[in-house]
Design a protein around this ligand. Structure first.
Ligand SMILES: *Cc1c(COP(=O)(O)O)cnc(C)c1O
Length: 376
C-alpha cells in the first residue's frame, strides 16, 4: 500500500556500518534502519543465533514454556535495575499498548488517562497514535481511542495542571526521537517522578528508540537519576528481528492476571534467541560506553560543518539543525555521496549510526556530509 513515498535506493546487503544497493554501490549507514541495527548489519553472533535457533525451535505459543524468553527477561530486568517482570511482543507500538492496558488495569475503573507530551512519538496503532503528541497525524483517523491527553514538552507546570484523578500514567521519551531529537531536562524527569509519586501515578518511559546503549547509557532515563515504573523497548532489542518488550515493577506487573493480555508471536524462541545474542554482544562490547565516546566525536565533527547551526541529542542519537529548510535536499545529496541519514524536520538531520561504528567511519561520514551540505 502507498504508505511510504517511492524508495530512492534498494539495498540488498549489509555488513557492519556498510550497506550495498542493487547496483553494487556502497554506503555508510548512519541511520541503522531507524536506530534498530545498533550492532550493525549481519553481525556474525546475531546471524549465528538466528540460524541455530531456526534449526532447533522457532515457535510453540505462550501456552507452553520455553527456555530462552525467561533468560532474556532476566537480563533486561537486571539492566533495568531489577525487581520487575517483562511481557514480550513484536514492536514498539505493541510494547506501548501493553503499557496502556497495564496502566488501566492497575489504575482500576475511573483511572485510565495516559498523559504524554506534544512532539512525542509512541507508535501508529490507534491508541499509540493518540498517545503520539502530533495532532496533525490524528486528523484523518478520528475518532481515536479515549483516554489520552497531551501537555507541553519539558514543562512541569503544564504536566501538573493535567494530572486529575482520572490519570493512571504519564508516558514520556527521555529524548524525543521522531519529534526532532529533543532531550528531556534532568529537572523535568525528576519533577515528573515526584509528581507521579505524590499522586500514585505510573511513570512510563518509552525507551523504544533510546534504550539499549544508544544514548551513552543503557537507558535514556538513567541520565536523569530517576527510576520509572514501566519501560517499553523494541527497536534495537532484535537488531532487525522484530521484538518488543514491556517491563514493569513487579507490583505493577501484578495487576495483570491470566487472560488480560496475550500475543501469538511475542516471546517466541526465534526472536528471544536473537535478543539474547544481541544483549550478550552489547554487554561484551560495553555499547553504552562506546556510544558515549563515538557520540562525542560525531557531535564535535558535526558542530564544525559549514551549514550546521546547532547539534543536539545524547550519545549516538544526534540531530544537526541546519541553516535553512534544506534537510530533504541534504539527505538526498548524502545518499548520492554514499551516506544514509534521515530528516526529522524541514531543517533537521538525524544521526543514529551503529553503536560499533569506528572513529574512521565517523570521520568518513562527516566528510560525505560536508560534501552534501556544500552542494545541496
Ligand atoms: C519507533 C518508535 C515507536 C514505535 O515502534 P514500532 O516498532 O514502529 O511500532 C514507539 N516509540 C518510540 C519512541 C519510537 O521511536
Amino acid at each position: 500500500m502507498p504508505t511510504y513515498p517511492d524508495p530512492p535506493v534498494t539495498f540488498v546487503r549489509g555488513a557492519g556500518s556498510r550497506l550495498w544497493d542493487d547496483n553494487g554501490k556502497r554506503y555508510l549507514d548512519f541511520l541503522s534502519g531507524l536506530a534498530v541495527t545498533s550492532l550493525g548489519h549481519a553481525h556474525p553472533v546475531v546471524a549465528e543465533a538466528m540460524a541455530a535457533q531456526g534449526r532447533k525451535l522457532l515457535h510453540v505459543s505462550n501456552l507452553f514454556g520455553t527456555t530462552v524468553g525467561p533468560e532474556v527477561a532476566a537480563t533486561l530486568d537486571r539492566l533495568l535495575g531489577g525487581g520487575g517482570q517483562v511481557f514480550f511482543c513484536n514492536s514498539g507500538a505493541e510494547a506501548n499498548e501493553c503499557a496502556f492496558k497495564l496502566a488501566r488495569k492497575w489504575g482500576g475503573h475511573g483511572r485510565y488517562v495516559v498523559v504524554s507530551a506534544y512532539g512525542s512519538f509512541h507508535g501508529r496503532t490507534l491508541a499509540t497514535l493518540h498517545a503520539t503528541g502530533q495532532p496533525q497525524k490524528h486528523e484523518a483517523f478520528q475518532p481515536l481511542p479515549e483516554g489520552f491527553r497531551h501537555v507541553a514538552w519539558n514543562d512541569l507546570d503544564a504536566l501538573e495542571a493535567a494530572l486529575d484523578p482520572s490519570v493512571a500514567a504519564v508516558l514520556l521519551e527521555p529524548l524525543q526521537g521522531e519529534g526532532g531529537v529533543h532531550p528531556a531536562s534532568t529537572d523535568y524527569f525528576r519533577g515528573v517522578r515526584r509528581l507521579c509519586d505524590e499522586r500514585d501515578i505510573l511513570f512510563v518511559v518509552d525507551e523504544v528508540q533510546t534504550g539499549l546503549g544508544r544514548t551513552g547509557k543503557w537507558f535514556g532515563y538513567q541520565h536523569f537519576g530517576v527510576q520509572p515504573d514501566v519501560v517499553t523497548l523494541a527497536k534495537a532489542l532484535g537488531n532487525g528481528v522484530p521484538i518488543g518488550a514491556c517491563w514493569a515493577r513487579r507490583e505493577v506487573a501484578g495487576a495483570f492476571e491470566p487472560t488480560d493480555h496475550a500475543t501469538t508471536f511475542g516471546g517466541q524462541p526465534l526472536a528471544t534467541a536473537v535478543a539474547r545474542a544481541v544483549l550478550a554482544v552489547m554487554e561484551a562490547e560495553d555499547v553504552p560506553t562506546r556510544a558515549a565516546a563515538a557520540g562525542d566525536r560525531l557531535r564535535a565533527g558535526l558542530a564544525e560543518l559549514a551549514g550546521v547551526r546547532e547539534v543536539r541529542g545524547m550519545g549516538l542519537l544526534l540531530a544537526a539543525e541546519l541553516d535553512g529548510p534544506r534537510a530533504k535536499a541534504v539527505v538526498a545529496g548524502a545518499l548520492d555521496a554514499g551516506l544514509v541519514v534521515n530528516a526529522v524536520g524541514p531543517s533537521t538531520l538525524r544521526f543514529a549510526p551503529s553503536l560499533l561504528v569506528s572513529d574512521s567511519q565517523i570521520d568518513e561520514g562527516l566528510g560525505l556530509l560536508a560534501q552534501a551540505l556544500a552542494s545541496a
